[in-house]
Design a protein around this ligand. Structure first.
Ligand code: CO
Length: 160
């Protein structure tokens, strides 16, 4: 089922999501719903907090391959790369953000199997962007100057 994507200014986007502890049918349904929501919006990635679900779940689809990352952690990052990116929760704009060029991430799939993935370029960028969402970090906070889009600090409150 497709879900509504939350937009900048909605508080749920700023919360730190909780680790998944049960690898069950409900989790598989969440992953399926997230993939459907992402594809419908023509996105490359989506994190569960973007549909208001406070869980550490990410989907990324590149070259027609769907990656499900449950409780992902970036265990290595190297290099620097500045590139334009966008976010389904911050529609209508794109802006350059500097991130690591290459990352190694460790995550579980929806069966509960741990895997490690080495990513570069857009894939590495997507992993970093989506992992940020799990910690309540939105990409304008990574921009050199988000005020040029009319954003103010009030859009990014510190939540308890
Ligand atoms: Co995003």
């Amino acid at each position: 089922m497709k879900h509504r994507i939350l937009h900048l200014g909605e508080e749920a986007l700023r919360r730190v999501a909780k680790p998944v502890t049960q690898f069950d049918a409900e989790l598989k349904q969440l992953v399926a719903d997230m993939a459907e929501t992402m594809r419908d919006a023509d996105g490359v990635g989506l994190a569960a907090p973007q549909i208001g679900v406070e869980k550490r779940v990410v989907v990324i689809e590149l070259d027609q391959k769907l990656y499900e990352l449950i409780n992902p952690e970036i265990v290595e990052s190297s290099g620097k790369d500045t590139c334009e990116e966008g976010c389904l929760s911050v529609p209508g704009i794109r802006e350059e953000v500097t991130r690591a060029k290459k990352v190694v991430a460790r995550a579980y799939d929806s069966n509960g199997d741990l895997f490690e993935i080495t990513a570069e370029g857009l894939f590495a960028r997507a992993i970093q962007h989506e992992c940020d969402h799990l910690d309540g970090v939105l990409y304008p906070m990574r921009m050199r100057d988000f005020t040029r889009f009319g954003f103010t600090d009030e859009l990014f409150p510190d939540l308890e």
